[in-house]
Every structure is written in C-alpha cells, then in structure tokens.
Design a protein around this ligand. Sequence first.
Ligand code: PEP
Ligand code: MG
Length: 876
Amino acid sequence: MTDHKFVYEFSEGDASMRNLLGGKGANLAEMTGLGMPVPQGFTITTEACTQYYLDGEVINDAIKAEVMTYITKLEEITGKKFGDPANPLLVSVRSGSRASMPGMMDTILNLGMNDTVVEAFAEKTNNPRFAYDSYRRFIQMYSDVVMEVGKSYFEELIDEMKEARGVKQDVELTAEDLKELAAEFKAQYKAKIGSDFPSDPVEQLFGAIKAVFRSWDNPRAVYYRRMNDIPGDWGTAVNVQSMVFGNMGDTSGTGVAFSRNPATGDPGLYGEFLMNAQGEDVVAGIRTPETIDQLKTENPAVYDQFVEIVSKLENHYADMQDMEFTIEEGKLFMLQTRNGKRTAAAAFKIACDLVDEGKITKEKAVSMIDPKQIDALLHPQFDAAKLAAAQPIGKGLPASPGAATGKVSFTAEDAAARGKAGEPVILVRLETTPEDIEGMHYAKGILTARGGMTSHAAVVARGMGTCCVSGLGEVSFAADGKSFSLGGKTFTENDWVSLDGSTGNVYGEEIDTVPAEVGGYFGRVIEWADEFRTMKVRTNADTPADARQAREFGAEGIGLCRTEHMFFEADRIAAIREMIVSKTVEQREAALAKLLPMQRGDFEGIYEAMEGLPVTVRLLDPPLHEFLPTDEDDINALAAEMKLEVAELKEIIASLHEFNPMMGHRGCRLDVTYPEIGAMQTRAIIEAAINVQKRHPEWKVVPEIMIPLVGEVKELAFVKKIVTDTANAIIAEAGVELDYLVGTMIEIPRAAITADEIATEAQFFSFGTNDLTQMTFGFSRDDAGKFLDAYYQTKIYESDPFARLDQNGVGKLVKTAVDLGKSTRPDIKLGICGEHGGDPSSIEFCQQVGLNYVSCSPFRVPIARLAAAQAALKAK
Ligand code: PEP
Ligand code: MG
C-alpha cells in the first residue's frame, strides 16, 4: 500500500484519468496541460476514498503523509506557506467524482485561515473587510460541512448583527462587524462542539478531506446515484487547490459560464458574473449578477482572454462546457470546466450543431445524449420557474414520467366524469385495479399509496403515457374515502395536487405544466441511432391505439400484447370476469364466445397498425386479484348477466381467493386446467391474421403466439399442442397459407435453468423480467416498494431491481437461458418484454447477452432506440 500513489499534482494528470482523479480533477489537470491559467493544486484519488471506507472511515497514515508531501510541493509552486502569517497558503477543498454530481457533495473555501493569518492577510491585502469576510465564511463552512453544526446558527448570528447595525445586506457590514462575527462564530462552534475551532491548517485540511469523503455517502448523494445509475463503489476524489479571490476589490470578480445556452442549445457564450464577490455570491442571489457580455466593458482584456479559452475548451472536449472562473486583481483564473448539464431540447440541438460544425461524428452525437432525457420531450413538464418556487410534500416511486397538475379525485368514475368535462384531475387511490382504467385514462396523473415499479398502476400508466407516482405509503385516506392527508395537510376533491412522475415528487398545490415538444433535432439524432443499432426495438401494446402510438415512435413490432389488458374497459371487463368465475365448461364456453369476437377485432386492429411487422400475442395471464370483482355493483351486475344468485357468485369469488395470486392460478396454468381458453385465443389470433393477410397481400403477417409463465417443458408442450392443433385446423379449413410461431416467456427461474429443454418446444424466448425478478428475489412486485427504501438506506441494494435489471442475479439467469436455449435451438429468437426493456442500463445488458430485440411501452420506444444504439456503439 505504501508504494501506491494516492495523490497527483494537476501537472501530473490529464482528462483520460477521470476514473482516478474524478471529473473535476482530471479536467483541472487537462487545463493545466493546455497551458491555461489554473490555480495550482493536487487531487487525492477516488482510490483514496475507497481506501478511507475500507479502513473504517479513517484517512490512513500513508495517505496523510503523501498529502503532506504534496502540500510542501504546492508551497514551493506558489511561494506561499500553510499557516504562515507573512505569506499564507489558503486552499479550497472540493469533491469531484467520475460522474458529475452537481451540488451533491461538499466544498470548503479559504482553508488555512486562523486568527493570526487573518490579521496578516488583512494587512497584506490592505483590505481588512475582505480578510474578515473570508475568515467568517471559512468558519461557517467548516462548522457546517466538517463538523455538521448546521448553517442556521450562523445565519441567525448574521441576522442579529445586521439588525443591531441597522443594515439590510451582508455587504453593508464593516470589517469590524465581520471581525466580531468571526469571534461569535468561533464561540458558537465551541458551544456546539465543546472544543476550540481548529487553528492548525493541517488539522483543518484533514478535517475537510474527511468531510468530502464522507459526503460521498450523504443521503442526497446516495439518492442522486440511484437516480443516475452511478455505482456506490466509485468514490469521490478530493481537489485541493490554492485559493484565488474574486472578492479582493473592484478589479476582482467571479462567474460561471456555458459555451452554449444550456436551456435552448443556442450557440454563443452564456453566463453571469459578479465583481468583488466569491463563488457562492453568484448563486446565492443576494446581488444580481451581470450577464457575461458586460465583462467586455468591465475588463475587455480579460473578456477576450476568456472567450479564447472557452472556444479552445469547447473544441478540445468537443462538447458544450460549463466553466467557473475568478478574476483576481485583473488576472483571470479557470477553476473548473466540465461538459455542461443541459435540457433535453438543448441536448439534441447541441449534438446536431456540433455534427454540422464538423466537430463531432454522428456516433459521438448519438453517444453523448442521456436516453432518459428523452422522457422530458415526450411528456408535459412543469414550468421551471413555478417548480422552483414549490416544495414537495412527499416522494413516491417515479412510476411513469411527465408532470401533471389537477384537482384530487378519489374514484375512477369521478375522475372519468370530471376528466371528460374538461377538468384536470389527479386520481388518488390506495392502488389501482383494472376497473380504474377509464378514470386513469381521463386523469392527468395518478397517485397511489401502494404498488411498485411493475405494479398494475405503473405498467398501465406507462403504457398510456400518463404521469404516475406510486407506492407513496404516507398517503393516508380518511375512513369515508373523501379526503387524504399527506405532509401534514388534508386534501379533498377541491384541492390541487401536482405530480412529477420522473422524480416521484408530490406537491400540494397547482403548478403549471408546459406541453411536450419534439423538435427536428430529436428526429435527426434518433435516425442516426437507428443506423448504429443492432437490436430491434418492439413495443408492449395491448390495443390498436397503443400500437399506432408506438409505431409513431418507431416501434418495429410488438413484443408483448397482454391479452387480458384488452378487457380493462368498463364494457368489456364483465366478459373476462364471467370466464374467470365460470364453474362449468358450458358457462366458460359461453363467456369465451363473447370474448372471441372482441379479441379477433382487436388483433386485426393491431396487425393493421403494425403493417406486417412481427406481433407477439401472449395467451391470457390474469393474476386473479387484479380481475375478480370487489365492488358490490359489479358483483350484482355480473350475477344478473350469468343468471346466478348474488350469494352464489360471492361464494365462487370467495373460493377463488388466493393467498399468493402472483404465484397462483395464472399464465399457462389456466390453459392446462381449461384448454378451451387457449383454443379460443388461438382462434382469435389466427383468424384475425388470415383476415388481415387477405386485406393486405403485400404484408407478411406472421403471428407469434407466446405462452406465459412456463416452468417445465412438458407444460409448454401441452399448451403448445392446443395452440398448434387449433391453428392448423383453422388454416386448413380456410385453405390459406399462414406461418406462425409458438414460443414462450422465460419468467420463472426454473424455465431459465432448463431452457435447453424448453427451447426444444419454443421457437422464441421473451424474457419476462418482471416476474423473473419477482421470483428470483422472492419480492412481491406489488409490495416491494414498502421495504425497498430500507434496502437503499442500508446499502444492501443500490437500485430498484424492478426498474433496473439486477445483472448479477436475474441477469445470470437470463444469460444462462440464452446459452442453454441456443444449445438446442441455435436460431432461437430472443427478446425481452419485462419493464427493463425500456431501461438504458438494462438494454446495454441485453446487447451484451445477444438478444435480438427489446420491447417496451410505447413512450419508451425512442429511449430504447437511442439506448440500443449506444449499447451497440459501446460493444464495437
Ligand atoms: C413479465 O413478467 O416480465 C411480463 C412482461 O409479464 P407481466 O408483467 O404481464 O407479468
Ligand atoms: Mg409476467
């Protein structure tokens, strides 16, 4: 360990060392290498952070010694000395991980100050106000960040001081006031911590380094990582950099600038600066910063130098840069550069412009966009200014993206009625069931107290493109179901709520939304993506309308049509319920006879929408708890329709109750017990295909019939025989030629590990990773939301396995099944239709294991097209 290098001077690194030095450190090194004016310093590596955690959250002696060697080097470079009143070295200590995590971790400025240094500094700079201001800022930051004293105590002291002096602004406080404030801050520190504020710069330094390492694991950083797929074991680097001061008087200043407009993508320098200020003043909003072009008049020489640096940096990194700079007594210093965060619209425009300007290739353009950002283009979003003024009152699962605002509605009927009348409503439910579909359709957004990322509400909302926040357990309903409380407030149907389905945030007020807008730049990039993609992108669609929507987004077929979902609508659900509660074959056949024409009609609509592209239709798979009627009116109506006594029907329903419906009488088990179900569905699938093929001889309609929830090859063979016997008879009778395929879902672990046997009967596999995740983890899809938070907090899991494929566990089953399946059927067609098919990191995994296609809900199709292209480019 002793010969391991944990610290690098800026002049020793470069941009390629991002993993080791973090983004900020690598870029400071790169700028140094490019000869740009960078205050010198060094970077303590991400490996040192990992070592810190391995050592039980201590900085070991070897690392400490190495840091001290580099402090000595920095003293030599700058000609200043740590703690030397005559010529003090003051440094900033900042975090910087591999991936940019803006604002998530900690920063400390002006480190090295103490009572003697500040005196000397005041004299040396001939600016006591500046010296004491720097000192009190340091005490405040150190106490807050390193010792976790809490900002508010110090802010109160500032407020008291301002009141005593009869002034309103911090800048109106005098040098004497600030000196007094520094003393009060130190007293406050002692009162809270029980010891004196450290005056030794070395002690200060290691306190600060430790705080930065520790901030890697603060709750907001952990949450940010989960949202952005950043692994917890990357760690953060620490940058120690000699301070330059923007608050040294009127020839000093500080600012932030982007090389292009981060909101629109428009070319041209964009940014703000403040003279006589330190970095935090620009963001704090106490004084209004000036736009960057004002710098031209303020200091033309610095402005010209800055413009030149900006253009050099953008060309060098071939991407829009976000930069921080400071001017110290007329001299420009670059403190940071990084690829700038940008809105979705800007991301596409910048990518296209950079290609047009000849700065990047189309491959790079495709690779540089975060596919998750596409959501923001396809769904309404909150008005940014209104959102900034709002405070969330709760946070659930970000189940279906977009933003929605509306008045509360407690029942699906009410939501449908008010929605139809043009009123914006948010449907708030304990959980949703198929009965709620119409209300879900007319609601602007859906909020549920229960349910995970693959619960009914989540899957259906995503399919419809409706914003949904699920699993917000804190929503508590009044006994009469006419109000709920959240965040200490009670909501009735006259109250507004707003949902952010991309973050899971819930707001107890109206927040304006802006409509989705897909521009031409998006179209260009997505077409380039299609050139590089090797996997196909299909969609999960259950109705002709969804299928058409998916086609518009570029779907190349249907990977999953959940046939039970065709019956969600109010006028149809009765038919499927009749089938479920049938006691006799006759009753069931009567119900099936009602279902047949509806299914055939829908299949025709879907084949038409897909214009000859492949369509995978799955046989019925209705988990009983989602479909059995619970509402008294529904039960009465069903009894009347089936000519049963209500009591008798209730008995049947009670007898169908299951303890674990997700592992109950569903999937192909239904066809094993009631073969007539599979036969009816096959008839609908094949007859629809024959009809559409006749109408469109130019297409080749090849239905793919998929048998769900298979765990054993004999079970598959049994159901497959029902399918093929029925299909062949119909085709022969019609006297036509029609090809069709029969395959299965791999969604039970046993199917995955016996996939070589299964493949002898299956022409294709489609990985149902929702159930496969549920059954591999033994986590209920509907209930996991309740306890997964505890798993994130305890770092047992970093992300929701229902949203992001667990590559290490579930992924192994997928890989095993792929290999085994190919061993007995080398040309087997392989796809995925679980919700992971729309998740970029999971899509990359699908590319790696060699799937032929991914299938996802319509609104995720563009995301999947881009993610699949990125995965293919990565694999090159
Ligand atoms: C799955 O289990 O992954 C799947 C696609 O099927 P469902 O979500 O309908 O159970
Ligand atoms: Mg399933």
